[in-house]
Ligand binder design. Structure first.
Ligand SMILES: NC(=O)c1ccc[n+]([C@@H]2O[C@H](COP(=O)([O-])OP(=O)(O)OC[C@H]3O[C@@H](n4cnc5c(N)ncnc54)[C@H](O)[C@@H]3O)[C@@H](O)[C@H]2O)c1
Length: 275
């Protein structure tokens, strides 16, 4: 029998990562976590200032970083970001497509074509473009790990969110299809499906409500763990998935949902158990 050795800890030393949407929320926390684990990281974001801010923090942590402003839906911008990353940091072996937009709440019959197209362009076309640009660099490295940010809204749906839910559902099959195409080349592609996560995106939405704090508390109570998620919860899962420890996982939809997907109904302790 082969001798057993202990697993190494999470270590991304020597990796070059590109994180789209790395200027805020889940993308920023993921980029900082990668740097903590030894990777050099390129930050691609439509907000030049926030991309630069994340890159500065990574340099302060002692790793190399690059900020690339651009629109995830633009073929030219994504191509340019991957070229700059390659010439500055080297070929990427990790890509996380976090850039995403929620769009306004709009019932399906009142959803404009422009709204639908923009949400699909950023969330779905943006992820497709990131995969396509990553592959030649990952082939040269002989390995690669790609993570797409789907959502619990990709596995289930919520009212008034047809454009977003459609885009997040599409990402699950984009991850599966890409995983199959790349499986024999040592490149994994997975989707992560967070439930409610406290980020500027969510805070912006809650701020539009008169009772935002109460809504957040009610979200928390509907998750079996009794809380919503933090960017760190999602970044930790992504870090595991892109690490060599998870090299056997591809084409998966990985929920990070505080148990929400396990519940038959909006979770609350039934009155007969609450003593
Ligand atoms: N926060 C949640 O509850 C939650 C839950 C499930 C999934 N997600 C997904 O996680 C991802 C990150 O969300 P977040 O909550 O961290 O959001 P966020 O708004 O805090 O961060 C998103 C980042 O993407 C950037 N961005 C937006 N449009 C872009 C574009 N066209 N090109 C380049 N960059 C662009 C923004 O500038 C921002 O820096 C999104 O795909 C979102 O759908 C979030």
């Amino acid at each position: 029998m082969a001798e057993r050795t202990a697993f190494p800890g999470l270590d991304l030393t020597g990796s070059v990562a590109l994180v789209t949407g790395g200027g805020s929320g889940i993308g920023r926390e993921t980029a900082l976590t990668f740097a903590d684990l030894g990777a050099d990281v390129a930050i691609f974001d439509i907000s030049e200032e926030s991309a630069r801010d994340t890159a500065d923090r990574i340099r302060e942590a002692g790793r190399s970083a690059l900020s690339c402003p651009g629109d995830a839906a633009s073929e030219a911008d994504v191509e340019r970001a991957f070229q700059r990353t390659q010439s500055t940091l080297g070929d990427v072996d990790i890509v996380v497509a976090c850039a995403g937009v929620l769009g306004d709440y709009q019932p399906i019959a009142e959803t404009s074509v422009e709204h639908f197209d923009r949400v699909m362009a950023v969330n779905v076309r943006g992820s497709f473009l990131a995969i396509r640009e990553a592959v030649p660099q990952m082939r040269r490295r002989g390995r690669g790990a790609i993570v797409l940010l789907s959502s619990l809204d990709g596995l289930q749906a919520e009212p008034g969110m047809a454009s977003y839910c459609t885009s997040k559902g599409a990402l699950l099959n984009l991850a599966r299809a890409a995983a199959l195409d790349l499986a024999r080349e040592g490149i994994t592609v997975n989707a992560v499906c967070p439930s409610v996560t406290i980020t500027p995106l969510l805070e912006g939405r809650l701020a539009t409500l008169p009772d935002g704090d109460a809504v957040l508390a009610s979200y928390a109570s509907k998750h079996p763990l009794g809380r919503v998620l933090t960017p760190r919860d999602i970044a930790a899962t992504i870090a595991f998935i892109v690490s060599p420890l998870a090299s056997g996982i591809t084409g998966a939809a990985v929920p990070v949902d505080a148990g929400k997907g396990a519940a038959w109904d909006n979770y609350a302790t039934p009155p007969w158990l609450a003593t």
